[in-house]
Design a protein around this ligand. Sequence first.
Ligand SMILES: *Cc1c(COP(=O)(O)O)cnc(C)c1O
Length: 224
Amino acid sequence: MTKIEHKLYIDDVIRRVETARLSVSGHLIVKIVAVSKYSTSQDISDLYSIGQRGFGENKVQDLKSKALELDELPLEWHFIGNLQKNKINNLLEIDPTLFQALDSLELAEELQKKLVAKDMTLDCLMQINSAKEESKHGFMPEVALSSYESIIGNCPNINIRGVMSIGAHSEDTELIKKSFITTYEIYKQIPNATICSMGMSGDFELAIECGSNMIRLGSIMFPD
Ligand SMILES: *Cc1c(COP(=O)(O)O)cnc(C)c1O
């Protein structure tokens, strides 16, 4: 794709986001995080040059190398993957804008210790396993709120900004929708939460209709 073709292509994605957003409310703001896990630093830089600021990675090592390579650009980095305890310090070195996949109390407690040691705070989203899938990480919906209380009580260096969820792995739109609604209902009950991160390339319009205000778009933002 030439640069102009790329710009037109991305404009089209943004138009689809706009249409979904406006179908909910003209006041709703939906942020796009471009998931760059299968893309190179050059691809990220190209997307930056046509206006994209927020990028997401799901491996600490990749986040680190791309963030360092692109250090000159004022990018916002989101970590959206499963965080292993032995990688916490590596993640904190990058000081990401948002850690979207806080998925257990044990991780929260470990993270809290490392944050205290570094005298840092971190904005996080609680990942919700809203379709209760074995293959997915996250808090089960029925324990999400009590887990939130526990994090607030025990982990003062963690700022919970909201929730993140991956839609049900299904061809059935109703099931996917149900998983988004479950996530949105938890979001609504978390005091002061401002971010409901749900929706990927294949289901972002449905996610926005269900209340998402942050979508994580990978393949659709980085066409071949
Ligand atoms: C890969 C990934 C995405 C983006 O997926 P696409 O279908 O390529 O848009 C979003 N969220 C998470 C957590 C991911 O791992």
